[in-house]
Design a protein around this ligand. Structure first.
Ligand SMILES: Nc1nc2c(c(=O)[nH]1)N[C@H]1C(S)=C(S)[C@@H](COP(=O)(O)O)O[C@H]1N2
Ligand SMILES: [Mo]
Length: 345
């Protein structure tokens, strides 16, 4: 009997629409000559593999559940490729090699890292195929890393260098965006603890102008912030539960995984905001504007919502603007809820 999907969903994750695979982060590799993958750093014998050499190596096929930190999961993707452990063997890692850093052939030379033992034990794959077809460029083709069990930001697209290190070197998201370096989806290791001091939080809350500021993990729960201006602010993982935010402006802000449960968001503007994984359950969204917003993994109602517990669902009406393209990014149940709410109220 197949395992029920819920048993396979880590805490705080939701299933993406069937057949959908969102693209997250960079959308393509950088130009260059023929593709190669090198193994360098703390190894006895540095290696360079051409794509043809990788393709000719014994291949493993592994069923992997994808869990993105922005709260969507896609279960049961069959990845095909060379096990990382097998690829490393001929390079003879030195005893001093304790971490592995994967570096991408991309404009910002994107990278991510893992303790070497964990990379080996997790069954990490240097993948060439997904569901028995060559990987698309959007999803890291021709060759990407797949690290089962970790949030998907540990699965680097467009792999160019595998560098073994004596000391860890934080990757791009881990150093630039405060993503947790361990990234265990089952332990919900999404982000590091707040980067803000209490004083910084108090000052920001008093000013009511967050524009352009980095206030990730801000704790604003229960505050009256009506009329707040937060254009292009970084508010990832911020807590706005039960806030009064009537008429606030979050245009262009990064609100991924932010909490808005129970907030008053009437006439609030989220134009072109990144609200991936944000939670609006129980918020009053009448007249709110989500034009051009990214809503992958966002929620508008919580499990257990029914007539008896209407506070678990957002209040949405015909004046709440959410474009079809944004609705399309929601899970099927969330999308159905939003569509029904917009037409009946
Ligand atoms: N080179 C590169 N690899 C990357 C990223 C990136 O921006 N650049 N983003 C990471 C993140 S956050 C995720 S969730 C996955 C997304 O992979 P997908 O676009 O195939 O869904 O790739 C990861 N690997
Ligand atoms: Mo991600």
């Amino acid at each position: 009997m197949p395992e029920p999907a819920l048993v396979r969903l880590p805490p705080g994750q939701q299933l993406a629409a069937p057949g959908k695979w969102p693209t997250v982060g960079e959308r393509g590799s950088a130009a260059g000559g023929p593709w190669t993958v090198t193994i360098c750093g703390q190894v006895e014998r540095p290696q360079t593999f051409s794509l043809a050499e990788l393709q000719a190596m014994p291949r493993a096929r592994q069923i992997v559940d994808i869990h993105c930190v922005t709260r969507w999961s896609k279960l049961g993707v069959a990845f095909g490729g060379v096990p990382l452990a097998a690829l490393l063997a001929p390079a003879c890692p030195k005893p001093s090699a304790r971490y592995v850093s994967f570096v991408a052939r991309s404009l910002r030379r994107h990278s991510t890292s893992l303790p070497l033992e964990e990379a080996r034990e997790s069954g990490a794959l240097v993948a060439l195929e997904a569901d028995d077809r060559p990987l698309d460029e959007l999803h890291g083709g021709p060759v990407r890393v797949i690290v089962p069990g970790r949030y998907f930001y540990k699965s680097l697209k467009w792999l160019e260098h595998i560098e073994l290190l004596a000391a860890d070197r934080l990757g791009y998201w881990e150093s630039e965006a405060g993503y947790h370096n361990a990234a265990d989806a089952w332990l919900e290791q999404r982000y590091l603890a707040p980067a803000l001091t209490r004083q910084q939080m108090a000052r920001a809350l008093a000013s009511r102008d967050f524009s352009g500021q980095d206030l990730r993990s801000l704790d604003a729960r229960g505050h009256d912030l009506s009329g707040l201006i937060a254009r292009n602010a970084i508010l990832r993982d911020a807590d706005f539960r039960d806030c009064r935010l009537q008429g606030a402006v979050f245009d262009g802000a990064n609100l991924s995984n932010a909490h808005f449960e129970g907030a008053d968001l009437r006439q609030t503007s989220f134009v072109s905001a990144d609200a991936e994984g944000a939670n609006f359950a129980g918020a009053d969204l009448r007249g709110a504007n989500f034009a051009g917003a990214s809503l992958f993994g966002a929620s508008f109602y919580a499990e257990g919502f029914d007539q008896a517990a209407p506070q678990l669902a957002a209040l949405i009406d015909g004046a709440t603007r959410i474009d079809p393209a944004s609705i399309d990014q929601l899970t099927p149940l969330q999308a159905a809820f939003v569509v029904a709410a917009r037409s009946t109220r």
